[in-house]
Design a protein around this ligand. Structure first.
Ligand SMILES: [Zn+2]
Ligand SMILES: [Zn+2]
Length: 133
């Protein structure tokens, strides 16, 4: 059964026919700014496994060289993160908050805990990395 998701306004939607892997909760300062919250949860999907509708409404922002942050130009929802190196050639990282389907990851990791918001406590037992491992 595929996963489906969309931005807040629905101008961009997607379906995922394969697995969602490499789930991370990124606490870096950029993800905090972009989301207006404590972290962004991302999962990776193979490009061939995701079908996106409304691509014309996707805007790209390069907060740093080597990575593209993609969001809906109509409502501002954070949608995707794409590495510009080898990883990004295979995988697109999907912001899991945009999923409409249920998703029950068996494992995940915390990245950039050295930047973690002081007002947020990590209360699960999953692996924490001070930066990106
Ligand atoms: Zn939107
Ligand atoms: Zn981040």
């Amino acid at each position: 059964m595929p996963y489906v998701g969309q931005c807040l306004c629905g101008a961009v939607s997607y379906s995922i026919s394969g697995e969602i892997t490499d789930v991370i909760y990124c606490h870096c300062a950029m993800c905090q700014k972009l989301s207006g919250s404590a972290f962004i949860a991302y999962g990776s999907v193979l490009h061939q496994d995701i079908h996106i509708i409304g691509r014309v409404n996707i805007q790209t922002f390069n907060a740093t060289s080597g990575a593209q942050r993609k969001f809906c130009q109509c409502c501002g929802s954070t949608l995707f993160w794409q590495d510009e190196g080898d990883y990004g050639k295979r995988y697109l990282c999907v912001a899991l908050g945009t999923l409409d389907s249920g998703f029950d990851p068996q494992d995940w990791q915390h990245y950039y805990t050295e930047n973690k918001a002081s007002w947020f406590a990590i209360q699960d037992g999953h692996i924490q990395h001070r930066t990106k491992p």
